[in-house]
Design a protein around this ligand. Structure first.
Ligand SMILES: Cc1cc2nc3c(=O)[nH]c(=O)nc-3n(C[C@H](O)[C@H](O)[C@H](O)COP(=O)(O)OP(=O)(O)OC[C@H]3O[C@@H](n4cnc5c(N)ncnc54)[C@H](O)[C@@H]3O)c2cc1C
Length: 507
């Protein structure tokens, strides 16, 4: 009886997936436009369905067509329009490492492809299936296992939402050394899998430094215990680092140990207007020199970005209109000292005519209001005509050159080209708005933008990773032998290639 119910459910899931394929107007869009073929993985059968049900029960195994939609689809329009939804008919929601291990071992033994899924906020099509891969979601692996007040190390499961984790450690005066606009949805496991950067990387460094330990389940179900709570632990190879930024292609991250610095009790935010990029650059060098250890973020926005935020969100620049805007945040432990330092820096910038105007916020609600101008940019872009989004690193002398080059290259094809980003980390977000998506425009932008980034000695992916969308360009970004070494590493950890196929490595 149970088997029959399962089979019926399975058949309806398969039907759903077929219907899904039919109702999806762009069903073979991904396959055609990107010239990618489904690899020779097995398709789900009733006995597979039964196995997963035995482990997770019906409630943690999603097959309902409507519910599957959110696991198959990107939510950000700029990605959604260029990749058709996956056609996966099943999402699994384990709660423990043991469950993940059993699921992956079974998938490996049965040649079933798997797509690890966190908060689905990555912007390169990494977390959604390309074809019918089984979605393996970390959303119920959301337990905070330990917060050590002495060392400041938090140990948690991979599905904890970044903001929840930060709120938890805030209770004992600590902070998560990572902050990004998607903090209310993204998972710490997704952050580690993408080596996320964000607004505070400039001050606190990247996850390779802040993640002290990881637990990862490999494709064959082996649990790799690379957990450590020490900053110093040189016992052999640093395996955890291989999984940071591996985007679900080498294993499924189940636990994370993260060092948390003390939460700053004095935060100040300056919002400044500047005349040209040369002055932006000089202000950056001066800020590093004058503000030193209290400088915690350095962000830039250009005029088109600010105008767009004004227009769509009715959020005005608090200081009037300027060609460039800077958000400079300081955080420290002594309000008087920090405020003196910032004011001296700003006075000196004004005297030297580096900065034309500015405002300084010290109260939390004012700080949040100004930060939200920057943090809400992706929300604004969500609703515009159509947007091509890029995330590159560039040497600072070439930082804005790419925006100018792109504006010129696009001519009338673009409505606007926007440049903003984490300038303190050389990270530029470049976005091109057009009336509607067409293949011709896409081909006009790519690979031009990646080739030009290379010519300017930049990296084609600063923080979002390669995912599905940029995997084809890995050969452009990295030398032949390096890509080969990556492919060999993939074969070592995942010989059957079931973990997140078609992502990161060129197909
Ligand atoms: C508004 C907004 C602002 C953003 N700002 C920033 C920013 O400032 N800096 C930045 O770096 N990024 C930023 N991003 C991108 C995104 O938030 C990050 O890449 C984030 O780390 C993704 O986490 P996630 O849990 O949503 O992962 P997902 O999108 O679910 O997955 C991302 C990749 O990781 C893999 N993955 C997820 N969980 C696991 C796991 N447990 N084990 C193994 N693999 C896994 C997936 O297969 C996929 O390849 C932003 C996105 C948005 C929407």
């Amino acid at each position: 009886m149970l088997v029959r119910t399962c089979c019926n459910k399975f058949i309806s899931a398969v039907k759903s997936s077929v219907e899904y394929r039919i109702i999806c107007k762009k069903s073979d869009f991904t396959k055609n436009i990107y010239n990618v073929n489904r690899r020779n993985f097995n398709k789900l059968e009733a006995r597979h369905f039964q196995f997963f049900k035995d482990i997770l029960g019906g409630e943690r195994m999603i097959t309902d067509q409507e519910e599957m939609r959110s696991y198959n689809e990107e939510w950000m329009r700029c990605v959604k329009e260029i990749i058709s939804p996956g056609i996966s008919s099943m999402a699994l929601k384990p709660k423990t490492t043991e469950e993940v291990s059993k699921i992956l071992k079974f998938c490996n033994d049965n040649n079933l492809a798997v797509c690890p899924y966190g908060g689905n906020t990555g912007l390169v099509g990494g977390a959604i299936p390309v074809f019918d891969e089984i979605v393996l979601s970390a959303e119920l692996m959301n337990e905070i296992l330990n917060v050590d007040e002495n060392s400041g190390v938090v140990v948690c499961q991979a599905g904890c939402i970044l903001e929840n984790l930060d709120n938890k450690v805030a209770e004992i005066g600590l902070m998560i050394p990572l902050d990004l606009g998607a903090k209310g949805s993204c998972h710490i496991g997704g952050n580690v899998a993408t080596n996320a950067g964000g607004l505070k990387l400039f001050r606190y460094g990247n996850l390779h430094g802040n993640v002290l330990g990881l637990e990862v389940v490999l494709a064959d179900g082996t649990v790799l215990d690379c957990m450590s709570s020490f900053k110093k632990d040189n016992t052999g190879y640093h395996l955890k680092n291989i999984f940071i930024g591996s985007e679900g292609t080498l294993g499924f991250i189940t636990k994370v140990a993260l060092q948390c610095p003390p939460r700053a009790n004095s935060i100040t935010l300056a919002f400044l207007g500047l005349q040209n990029f040369e002055r932006v650059l000089r202000t950056f060098k001066k800020a590093k020199q004058d503000l030193g250890e209290i400088l915690s973020a350095f962000e830039v926005l250009d005029t088109p970005t600010m105008e767009f935020v004004n227009e769509r969100l009715k959020m005005n620049s608090p200081i009037g209109d300027f060609p460039y805007y800077l958000l400079i945040e300081t955080s420290g432990s002594n309000e008087e000292h920090d405020s003196d330092k910032l004011h001296q820096f700003l006075e000196s910038c004004m005297e030297k005519e580096l900065v034309l105007d500015g405002t300084v916020a010290t109260e939390p609600h004012k700080i949040n209001a100004i930060w939200s101008i920057r943090e809400k940019i992706p929300d604004v872009f969500k609703d515009c005509g159509y947007l091509f989004c890029y995330d590159v690193s560039l040497p600072l002398e070439n930082y804005y050159v790419l925006v100018d080059d792109m504006t010129q290259h696009m001519g009338k094809l673009a409505k606007k080209v926007f440049g903003f980003g984490h300038m303190g980390d050389s990270n530029l977000h470049l976005q091109v708005e057009v009336d509607e998506f067409t293949r011709e425009i896409k081909n006009h932008i790519e690979p031009f933008i990646f080739e030009r980034t290379k010519q300017l000695n930049g990296s084609i992916s600063a923080e979002h990773g390669m995912g599905f969308l940029k995997a084809r360009y890995l050969n452009l970004a990295r030398p032949y032998n390096t890509v080969k070494a990556m492919e060999n590493l993939k074969k070592l950890f995942d010989p059957s290639g079931i973990m997140n196929p078609y992502k990161v490595l060129p197909w």
